[in-house]
Write a protein that binds this ligand. Structure first.
Ligand code: OGA
Ligand code: MN
Length: 210
């Protein structure tokens, strides 16, 4: 029997309002604490054995480029109960956002990420504005859920979110346990500063049909 976690509809309102107005939101206490803890344990366990070098793009577009990013990752496929619970949670959010924003989000995909000491991800966009063929991944909304307890100021690994081509960041996001950053994929360039210690997260994307 899979434990069912109580999804709160006000969460949808909060995220929908923020995406509609400013295009991003930083949430604390995103999941029930117990689920966040289970995901943290699993991320650490699996990172030790199964994570592989992260690519830029997926499948046929997979292009390893350690100049751009140096983390390792593992796609969630729902093979464990915490993964199922996380995917269910994000599915409820997808349905809720579609009801509120008419974005036509069609699916969600996500992977665990592990940044070891020194790992980074240079400034990039998760999707490109414009015609669908330019936006090969059809990513519409990006989510990054963080799994780091006791994160300290000098641990590095902050996510910097930018407005357009601005040089100074709009937002500096420490990867704090059970917090989640959600933003429009084609609107905000972002980067991950070099981490000074192990950094775990789940990066995910809601896609639209092309
Ligand atoms: C990504 C990404 C940000 C983060 O995986 O595309 O931008 O804070 N991750 O881990
Ligand atoms: Mn990104």
């Amino acid at each position: 029997m899979i434990e069912s976690f109580q999804f709160e509809e006000p969460l949808v309102d909060k995220v929908a309002d923020a995406l509609g107005q400013q295009g991003f939101i930083q949430l604390q206490q995103f999941l029930p604490d117990k689920l966040a803890q289970q995901l943290q344990i699993e991320a650490k366990d699996l990172a030790a054995i199964e994570f592989t070098a992260a690519g830029i793009g997926r499948n046929e577009n997979l292009q390893l480029n350690t100049q751009i990013r140096s983390d390792t990752s593992l796609w969630l496929n729902g093979e464990s109960t915490p993964q199922q619970a996380y995917l269910e949670w994000m599915e409820k959010l997808r349905v809720g956002l579609n009801r509120r924003l008419f974005m036509g989000l069609s699916e969600f995909e996500c992977h665990y990420s592990h940044y070891a000491k020194g790992d980074f991800y240079k400034r990039h966009l998760d999707a490109f504005k414009g015609s669908p063929h330019k936006n090969r991944s059809n990513r519409a909304v990006s989510t990054v859920f963080y799994l780091n307890s006791d994160w300290q100021q000098d641990d590095g690994g902050e996510l910097l979110l930018y407005a357009d081509n601005h040089l100074s960041p709009l937002l500096i996001v420490p990867p704090l346990f059970n917090s989640c950053m959600i933003f429009l994929s084609d609107t905000f360039p972002h980067e991950v500063l070099a981490s000074n210690c192990d950094r775990y997260s789940i990066a995910g994307w809601y896609r639209v049909n092309g």
